[in-house]
Write a protein that binds this ligand. Structure first.
Ligand code: ADP
Length: 269
């Protein structure tokens, strides 16, 4: 339990740090991109008259490309750090999956088959944009884990946490949940990677390809909504990420803040 508490405290402070840095950095990037764009336009004109300027134009194009990648990174950092701004709504999780299915298929590409099994029959109270982001993050990870293709299954159903379940999942609160499971037939993760996967900035991907923020963002979103996230993975077989969100019958207009304390729901796999 101590370890879990330490981990969630570390996530909090890393999140705040990341948010502060990303915010300032993003402003600086705006200045860099602005001036580089002006310079590129001017140099392009000069390059028409004098080939010598062409090299300078090419260099500047590289600067702008790098700035673009840096913007992507800060965007991810900000969405990770700004998870306190939530607009929870009572929503049907199945409908969200159906809504973004097309986009997920595009993300996955032609070699990965997407299957859905949507059986959840109670609403949940979450920020629909955030839950969409959770699904996109999971699809991106699954795609990266299945370079030669495979199958991705998105499954929703209902699950009651009773005394028996809670006995095996320390810290789990009794109640009715909607369960979202996203399974791939990819590379899987080593036990060590599973252990660290929710940590911000933990990545096994090459520099420039992974930020280590996908699952940390998911973790923040899900715990803030009063839910749990768990990873089951077997190297060479695949990975299942399970998300539990409290089922709600509440249909009153949303708007009040979610005050659920972050909780750790990671299984000891
Ligand atoms: P990133 O994808 O930027 O590395 P994440 O937080 O999303 O950051 O994931 C952290 C790490 O967890 C990944 O680098 C990868 O090693 C592992 N991982 C996440 N999802 C999967 C998956 N579906 N299959 C295999 N490994 C995964």
């Amino acid at each position: 339990f101590q370890r879990r508490l330490r981990q969630s405290e570390r996530m909090e402070s890393l999140g705040q740090l990341a948010g502060g840095v990303a915010h300032d950095f993003n402003n600086l990037l705006g200045v860099i991109v602005g001036y580089a764009t002006f310079a590129a336009e001017e140099i392009e004109l000069a390059a028409r008259a004098d080939a010598h300027w062409q090299a300078a134009h090419d260099d500047l194009t590289q600067v702008l490309k790098a700035a673009d990648r840096a913007s992507d990174l800060t965007r991810q950092l900000l969405s990770f750090a700004r998870r306190e701004v939530v607009n929870p709504e009572v929503i049907d999780l199945n409908a969200i999956v159906v809504d973004i299915e097309k986009m997920l298929r595009r993300t996955l590409g032609e070699d990965i088959e997407l299957r859905t099994r949507l059986r959840a029959d109670s609403p949940v109270k979450v920020d629909p944009g955030q839950i969409g982001q959770v699904l996109v993050n999971l699809a991106v990870n699954a795609r990266d884990a299945m370079p030669a293709g495979g199958i991705l299954v998105i499954d929703t159903d209902n699950l009651a946490i009773d005394e028996h379940y809670a006995a095996h999942h320390p810290g789990a609160r009794l109640g009715a949940y909607v369960r979202l499971r996203v399974s791939d037939t990819g590379t899987g993760m080593s036990p060590d990677t599973v252990e660290r996967a929710f940590e911000p900035f933990f990545t096994t991907k090459p520099v420039g390809q992974g930020t280590g923020l996908g699952l940390a963002t998911l973790y923040g979103i899900v715990t803030q909504a009063g839910g749990y996230a768990q990873i089951y993975s077997e190297p060479g077989v695949g990975t299942t990420v399970t998300v539990l969100l409290p089922a709600t019958s509440d249909t009153t207009p949303s708007g009040e803040t979610v005050t659920a304390a972050p909780r750790q729901g990671r299984g000891e796999t």
